[in-house]
Design a protein around this ligand. Structure first.
Ligand SMILES: NC(=O)c1ccc[n+]([C@@H]2O[C@H](COP(=O)([O-])OP(=O)(O)OC[C@H]3O[C@@H](n4cnc5c(N)ncnc54)[C@H](OP(=O)(O)O)[C@@H]3O)[C@@H](O)[C@H]2O)c1
Length: 307
């Protein structure tokens, strides 16, 4: 294509990779190569029409690096815990990052999460966090030329994720649920990952081995509910879920119970530097994001049913 350097973006049809790919593409500084398992799909078509290259790649494929990395100068990696995968996130991420390092790519950003089992001495276990963190730890130990981004709870979960989004309860009230209780939930507009990764990739030496936490708000669920109510013009009820109920379900529900318990205990532990992120692009506040998304919530919730 152009004489621009090529950046390979995994997860480009999804939330994180999509935000990264769009910002890198519109910067005009990169030739973006979007990785997907469905290059003929609708999402891939949109990426192609916006000017990106689209390449077939499956992180379960041992040779994925050979398929997607030729001639590349930079790589963004996100793995998706939340669908049945043949290999763990650790194996998926390690494989493509190792292939990139072997190919001489020294501008790599990996999307990680905190090591909850390590922080809590094994008391809480959250595989979608602990697996990513295990790879982060390994990459740090080997001194790999990798920077890390660590997104907190997406604002978008409140309209996109069935178990957590706003909905109308049988009594007609707008409601959302989680098991954090009175604890704080650190959160971010996941679109903000795009400008942040673009900044990191402009100066990889500065960010080598650095973790940039992506957080812009720290509020209790009751406080988020009040902000929703204010913008949506009707009461919004926060419905706490009992930790014991999630634990009793076992499996992924039990892991979510531990994730929420981690937020309940440690959610308020966000430093001023993490919130102010000097030298990194501005992030959208929850209120500004809500203002821009009021129509999305009105469409989701419909009119209040007659009682
Ligand atoms: N929701 C949150 O609040 C939150 C916060 C922090 C971190 N996270 C983490 O975010 C990750 C998911 O990222 P997301 O939200 O961007 O996901 P998403 O919007 O659901 O998109 C998932 C992406 O992963 C790609 N993908 C999945 N399996 C693949 C495979 N085997 N090979 C190649 N590509 C594959 C999909 O590509 P194709 O289908 O096109 O192949 C798609 O682009 C999860 O691991 C989660 O733990 C979520």
């Amino acid at each position: 294509m152009s004489g621009l350097p090529t950046v390979v973006v995994t997860g480009a049809t999804g939330a994180q990779g999509g935000a990264v790919a769009r910002v890198l593409q519109t910067s005009g500084r990169w030739n973006v190569r979007a990785v997907t398992r469905k290059p003929e799909g609708t999402a891939a078509g949109r990426l192609r029409r916006s000017g990106m290259g689209v390449v077939h790649g499956d992180l379960n494929d041992p040779d994925v690096g050979a398929a997607v990395l030729p001639e590349a100068s930079a790589l963004f990696v996100v793995t998706n815990f939340w669908e049945p995968q043949r290999h763990s996130e650790y194996v998926q991420g390690e494989r493509i990052i190792d292939a990139a390092i072997a190919a001489g790519i020294d501008n790599i950003v990996y999307s990680t999460l905190p090591g909850i089992a390590e922080i809590t001495g094994g008391e809480l276990v959250v595989p979608h966090c602990d697996g990513k963190y295990a790879l982060e730890k390994h990459l740090r130990a080997t001194g790999a030329a990798v920077a890390f981004v660590q997104p907190d709870w997406y604002f978008q979960n409140w309209h996109a994720v069935p178990n957590f989004r706003l909905h109308r309860a049988p009594d007609g009230a707008v409601t959302f649920a989680n098991a954090i209780g009175d604890g704080c939930l650190p959160a971010v507009d996941i679109e903000d990952i795009g400008p942040t990764v673009a900044t990191i990739m402009e100066d990889p030496a500065r960010f080598r081995g650095v973790t940039v936490r992506l957080v812009s708000e720290v509020r209790t669920s009751a406080e988020y509910a009040a902000a929703f109510a204010d913008r949506l013009g009707e009461p919004v009820r926060y419905q706490p879920i009992a930790r014991e109920d999630l634990l009793a379900q076992g499996g992924e529900a039990a892991h979510l119970a531990d994730m929420f318990e981690f937020f309940r205990r440690y959610g308020a532990d966000v430093t001023a530097e993490e919130l102010e992120h000097p030298g990194l692009p501005a992030r959208r506040s929850f209120d500004a994001w809500l203002d821009a998304n009021v129509d999305v919530f009105h469409a989701l919730l419909g009119a209040e049913p007659a009682m």
